[in-house]
Design a protein. Structure first.
Length: 333
């Protein structure tokens, strides 16, 4: 009979640290693709995130185990020529890099996407619709409702106060009356005041919470009233990197976004019982009027410090938002 082994807290910590590769000596020479491949076989994923003020998240685990290294080794392994890539970018746990050899293990998720509510059968049944979408995106890129409508789409811009429940319910009632249902809700209304915490006013704090947090709550409740009876629907809340890290000059904005993160998680659990999917996106800096108040040129700044092309940074959030209402996630991501 094997007796159970009792470990001290210190022993348990050492085992956990060693399992993550911290017990091995650091390489004496330059870090190569071979080192990276062996590391990935141990830790499985490198999460993609821009929250850290020092460096993008995917670079930190490599540094913590190997010390200083040329980040081009990781970049080329992930985004270099396809034939030589070691890593694939996919939704594994969260947005992450994973070994190319492990990528087929997520075929179930790919099948779920292809054959779900917005799968390939929709494209086959409406081939012209798919062609129109591709053509409009290729020609216009990010577009206003008027620009899309000019391409033959039915798009309507509606002036709406998200702090006014009556207005929200009136708009959603009209959508359901005209279209028969509401499929997706994307909450992106937001405001912020860029000033030191001690110079911020109570009115500014109250207004920030009313728009960024209570407004999103109002839209979610009104939409769920229509989604729950059908047991179908998708909600995407636009959070922020400030949902996870505070800032002196954006204290009230960050507070509202921290709250929206918790609200999104709670709504996600409540809505999951009705087969409704709730997601939150925590983007970094986006080119908006709020960003202009911070001095403008924000994508250029991100490109400078992340080492990524400006267009790639713009494409990230542009592609994620329309992807999530189509994806087959079961609850909250």
């Amino acid at each position: 009979m094997t007796l159970p082994v009792r470990l001290t807290a210190a022993q348990a910590r050492r085992i956990a640290v060693a399992a993550q590769g911290f017990s091995e000596p650091r390489p004496s020479g330059p870090i190569t693709r071979g080192h990276l491949k062996r590391l990935m076989s141990r830790i499985q994923v490198l999460q993609l995130d821009s929250v850290s003020v020092a460096v993008r998240a995917q670079y930190a685990p490599v540094f913590s185990r190997f010390g200083p290294y040329d980040r081009d080794v990781l970049d080329s392994a992930a985004w270099g020529p396809r034939s030589s890539r070691l890593l694939a970018e996919y939704w594994a746990h969260e947005a992450a890099l994973m070994a190319v050899d492990d990528w087929p293990l997520l075929r179930w998720r790919m099948r779920q996407y292809r054959h779900g509510r917005w799968g390939t059968h929709i494209v086959k049944a409406n081939p012209q619709l798919a062609e129109d979408i591709v053509a409009a995106v290729a020609e216009l890129g990010p577009s206003t409702a008027g620009q899309i409508e000019a391409q033959g789409w039915l798009a309507q811009a509606v002036r709406l106060d998200v702090t006014n429940k009556d207005e929200i319910e009136s708009v959603i009632d009209r959508i359901v009356k005209e279209s028969g249902k509401i499929d997706n809700l994307i909450n992106c209304a937001g405001i912020g005041y860029n000033k030191p915490f001690m110079e911020s006013s109570d009115d500014e704090f109250r207004k920030t919470l009313e728009v960024n947090l209570i407004g999103a709550n109002n839209c979610c409740q009104a939409s769920l009233k229509k989604m729950i009876p059908r047991k179908e629907g998708k909600i995407v809340n636009i959070l922020s990197a400030s949902s996870r890290q505070g800032s002196d000059f954006f204290t009230h904005y960050s507070s509202s976004k921290f709250g929206l993160l918790g609200l999104t998680q709670g709504i996600g659990m409540a809505a999951a019982r009705h087969n409704i999917n709730v997601n939150g996106i925590c983007p970094g800096i986006i080119e908006t009027k709020i960003g202009e108040k911070q001095g403008g040129g924000l994508v250029k700044q991100m490109a400078k410090y992340s080492g990524k092309p400006e267009e790639l940074l713009r494409e990230g959030i542009r592609k994620t938002i329309p992807f999530l209402p189509q994806a087959g996630h079961s609850t909250f991501s």
